[in-house]
Design a protein around this ligand. Structure first.
Ligand code: G3I
Length: 352
């Protein structure tokens, strides 16, 4: 639930003279997060690593990175059997050079599939499609073995009503494709933490409950799932969140959780009050993560507003990140930084 008192306090700040505006501390997010045993990350557009200002901020502020697109199936296997790891390797090298861990994103999704697969899928038998999926997971995880901290093994498996999403995997392979994907990934890299990643599970509701029940079953069946990723794509128009409650339920199953794609969109140009709400929502999601010992990382989706996916997908909305178009930190950055500085979460119980 949004901390209404905090929101009221911040809202009050906006009507104060500029002198009271919150100031960023000089300490980078990754340094502040260390004392709580939390990794703070960002989704990286690998093409932008050649921009020195972008690369510098990415290295300074974050202790984990996620490829925004570079590890997706359409990118790594544009033609069947012909792999192109160049963009993903570049990010892994960058991460290693800057002491960062990598969240691999993602192995199985319904979107950004290669054209050859989308074209072929309708005429394939279940066994043929299953073999293609197994090979993809095995080859990709093997390519990066030892270099990936967390893999988003299956991405967005549920639809907004809480049903398993109707996609090529469910149509041909049924629900077992999810457990199989985790088993294949585990076989290829037993040390990587394997995640189910989804959006819209930050508030208690149909989707969140269905996904929890499903994960509980996977755990009971001994499927090698290590965690659940909360994308946390939030909206200033809808400030309700139950993140801490929902994350705690998963933690009680003995698995980790992570905030994997945090951003908070608003209608543009973003009003003062919406900026305040965005700040509060970033702070609250960080506080929720810090309150749950098993919340191992907090990742932002895109560094700056110029790079954000939001305006393309939600015309008329934006302002969803911590940095403006000139890579200057916004008040939302300060709010997140201050929430992070309050600390608490300690090291996760399991070393994997
Ligand atoms: O591949 C073409 C390229 O050939 C062309 O030159 C370029 C010109 O615009 O477009 C490229 O495709 C874009 C692709 O990203 C790769 O850059 C698509 O237009 C664009 O729509 C696509 O968007 C990505 C989106 O996933 C696709 O679903 C976003 O960058 C990425 O941020 C977004 O990330 C997802 C997560 O993976 C899962 N959770 C939701 C999140 C936001 O949608």
């Amino acid at each position: 639930m949004l901390a209404v008192a905090a929101l009221a306090g911040l809202a009050g700040c906006t009507s104060q003279p500029a002198a009271t505006a919150p100031q960023a501390s000089a300490a980078p997010l990754r340094t502040i997060a260390e004392k709580s045993g939390l990794r703070v990350g960002v989704a990286v557009d690998t093409d932008r690593l050649s921009d020195s200002a972008y690369a510098k901020l990415t290295a300074q502020q974050f202790s984990t990175v996620t490829p925004e697109n570079a590890m997706k199936w359409e990118v790594v296997e544009p033609k069947q059997g012909q792999y192109d790891w160049s963009a993903a390797d570049k990010l892994v090298d960058f991460a290693q050079a800057h002491g960062q861990l990598v969240r691999g994103h993602n192995l199985v999704w319904y979107s950004q599939l290669p054209q050859w697969l989308t074209d072929e899928a309708p005429s394939l038998t279940a066994d043929q499609l299953s073999a293609i999926l197994q090979k993809h997971i095995t080859d990709e995880v093997t390519h990066f073995t030892g270099k990936i901290w967390q893999w988003d093994v299956v991405n967005e498996a549920f639809d907004d009503s809480g049903n398993l999403r109707d996609n090529i995997w469910i149509e041909k392979l049924g629900p077992d494709y999810i457990a199989d994907a985790f088993r294949w990934a585990h076989a290829a890299d037993p040390d990587a933490k394997l995640f189910l990643n989804d959006y819209g599970i930050e508030t208690d509701g149909l989707k969140s409950q269905a996904e929890y029940d499903f994960v509980k079953q996977l755990v009971a069946q001994g499927v090698p799932i290590d965690g659940v990723g909360f994308e946390t794509h939030l909206d200033a128009d809808d400030p309700e969140q139950d993140l801490q409650t929902v994350m705690t339920q998963y933690a009680k199953l003995g698995i980790d959780v992570a905030i994997t794609e945090a951003d908070v969109k608003a209608r543009t140009p973003v009003s003062k009050i919406d900026k305040t709400i965005q700040s509060s929502m970033f702070a609250d999601s960080m506080s929720a993560c810090l309150a749950v010992k098993q919340c191992i990382s907090y990742t932002l989706w895109d560094l700056d507003d110029k790079d954000s996916w939001i305006p393309q997908y939600f015309p008329g909305e934006g302002g969803a990140t911590l940095y403006d178009d000139e890579l200057k930190p916004k008040p939302q950055y300060v709010a997140l930084q201050q929430a992070l500085a309050k600390g608490v979460k300690t090291a996760p119980p399991r070393s994997k």
